[in-house]
Design a protein around this ligand. Structure first.
Ligand SMILES: C[S@@+](CC[C@H](N)C(=O)[O-])C[C@H]1O[C@@H](n2cnc3c(N)ncnc32)[C@H](O)[C@@H]1O
Length: 256
């Protein structure tokens, strides 16, 4: 593993699914409140890193294996966010993963978030496709998260609440499990599956405080590292591909 250190974090070039990778995080932090993973989706993107297995059960088992491993690096009540898609007929690894990984009391699915995007892909035989899924798990009981700062939208409610006995706690709407307010990157991506930084900032704001460390095992363009830097959090990110890794390190060195 090649390690690059920054004042506010660490970038590692190597396989994040190994014990060595997970142990590095424990040595550096003693446990983190948040892991955000945007792993390969499974033969969906035309990239060699997306070819893990032809069989969705094998793919789902691969997901289960590194998720269980990485859970050890979370503090009790820590949040684990994992991106995934709904797959295609005969290949639904994310659904299989979601049901296989949950263990009541130990690792519970708190929320399945849908990121509703702006661009929709056309098909004649069905609904247009315009979504990505984001599973939010808690290490332990979903009602006892380590940190949950209630997320609000910029949009204001415009009314005080229906029932005078229960006045609205904020003039802003609360964020729901369907995110419609973030537009994806339309042009000029640095990585084929680069996420809009805002969708990564949201869980960081919800589950951490300034100075906390966030881990991303599948860094890609380094979106999590840049979101952490903007929000005053520390980061440990892993990327196996040397070209993507060198690029994200160069950009981290150059950015304020
Ligand atoms: C879906 S992309 C992540 C995109 C990222 N969220 C962004 O905003 O740019 C997954 C990335 O994980 C990397 N990757 C795949 N398997 C890996 C592994 N075992 N260890 C570390 N990185 C891996 C791939 O090279 C790819 O860049």
């Amino acid at each position: 593993m090649k390690i690059e250190r920054f004042d506010d974090g660490i970038a590692v070039c190597g396989d994040a699914t190994t014990d060595e990778a997970m142990k590095l995080v424990i040595e550096e932090t003693n446990g983190v409140p948040l892991i955000i993973a945007d792993p390969p989706y499974g033969n969906i993107v035309d990239e060699k890193w997306d070819r893990i297995a032809e069989d969705d059960s094998v793919f789902a088992q691969w997901m289960v294996s590194w998720t269980q491993k990485w859970t050890a690096a979370l503090v009790p009540g820590g949040a684990f966010y994992i991106w995934g898609g709904i797959g295609i007929v005969g290949f639904r690894p994310f659904f299989k993963f979601l049901t296989a990984i949950e263990k009541p009391g130990e690792f519970e699915l708190s929320t399945l978030i849908t990121w509703s995007k702006k661009r929709a892909y056309g098909i004649k035989w069905g609904y247009l496709f315009t979504r990505e899924e984001l599973a939010y798990f808690v290490k332990g009981n979903i009602k006892k998260p380590h940190t949950f700062n209630i997320p609000l939208l910029e949009a204001k409610r415009g009314y005080a609440g229906y029932d005078p006995r229960y006045p609205a706690k904020s003039e802003h709407y609360r964020r729901t499990n369907v995110w419609t307010d973030v537009t994806e990157i339309m042009q000029g991506k640095l990585h084929p599956t680069q996420k809009k930084q805002r969708v990564i900032e949201i869980p960081i704001e919800v589950h951490t405080k300034p100075g906390d460390t966030v881990v991303d095992p599948f860094a890609g363009a380094g979106t999590t590292a840049f979101a952490c830097r903007k929000l005053g959090r520390r980061f440990i990110v892993f990327e196996r591909d040397e070209v993507y890794f060198d690029d994200l390190v160069n950009r981290l060195r150059q950015s304020p």
